[in-house]
Design a protein around this ligand. Structure first.
Ligand code: BGC
Length: 259
């Protein structure tokens, strides 16, 4: 087993619909080492175009991370390195072996995971779920709704709870924070939608803890107190860093780092 090689760093890269962000992560503290890099997501966001940017991010941080593990997130289902869906990225990703293509382009392996799973794992180790050993469900409210299920500190990947069908509709099309923006909803009106969403998820899973991530979680005080649920529901603490930090941690674990 490697004992935190590379000064205990790993590189995390978060591929989103509008931006691709990366930073070296201190695995002991779960913090960024230096300044994050952000590049606009190319349009169309084909695998080739996106992987070119990933290569730029890796090159940019080469002095900090050396040959440290690299974790990469995509806003899609990922099974064994292959992307299986594409909600906010080009459809050419569907059934594309992203991990293999990245390894070929970079000359080294990467760990490719769903964005919300990475965020959940980041919160589990360094954030809002640090002390929770039971069933945790993290949801990210953004363009869509992402989800991570964590049980006894293990990640159950690709849960896709944003696509539950609720009242005949795809849940994220009613309750993602992009819907609040598009419709110009007040926090009260948006909370009514979140109430319906979280009560269904709660009825199905009875989590010990809900964590709410995504950009809007910084305004959590304006809507979380309006929700009436049995399970506690709290904001994520790593904010938009969670995906990068969680991806770095998952990559380090895949490389057998000791913690
Ligand atoms: C996708 C998920 C993703 C989430 C957040 C959803 O539309 O299906 O895979 O985690 O958006 O980006």
């Amino acid at each position: 087993m490697a004992k935190n090689g590379h000064n205990g760093f790993a590189l995390g890269i978060d591929i989103g619909g509008s931006g691709i962000k990366g930073a070296p992560v201190d695995l002991e503290k779960g913090t960024f080492v230096g300044k994050r890099m952000r590049v606009d997501t190319p349009q169309p966001s084909t695998p080739e175009a996106v992987i070119d940017i990933v290569a730029q991010v890796v090159e940019h941080f080469k002095d900090e991370v050396g040959d440290a593990p690299i974790g990469v997130t995509v806003p899609a289902v990922v099974t064994h390195g292959t992307v299986r869906s594409a909600a906010n990225i080009d459809h050419a990703w569907i059934d594309f072996d992203g991990a293999k293509a990245m390894a070929k382009r970079l000359g080294r392996g990467v760990t490719l995971v769903n964005d919300a799973d990475a965020a959940g794992y980041g919160e589990l180790h360094y954030g809002a779920a640090k002390k929770e050993d039971g069933l945790v469900i993290l949801t990210t409210l953004g363009t869509g709704i992402g989800s991570a299920i964590l049980y006894r500190r293990l990640l159950v990947p690709n849960s896709e709870l944003g696509h539950l069908e609720i009242d005949g509709k795809d849940a994220e099309s009613e309750a993602a924070s992009s819907v609040k923006d598009t419709l110009g909803l007040s926090y009260e009106d948006y909370a009514t939608r979140l109430q319906r969403y979280y009560e269904v998820v709660e009825a199905l899973f009875s989590p010990d803890l809900f964590i709410v991530g995504g950009g809007i979680s910084k305004d959590a005080k304006q809507f979380l107190p309006l929700l009436k649920l049995r399970s506690p529901i709290i904001p994520a603490v790593l904010q938009n860093k969670a995906g990068i930090i969680g991806a770095a941690r998952l990559a380090a674990e895949a490389a057998d780092f000791e913690f």
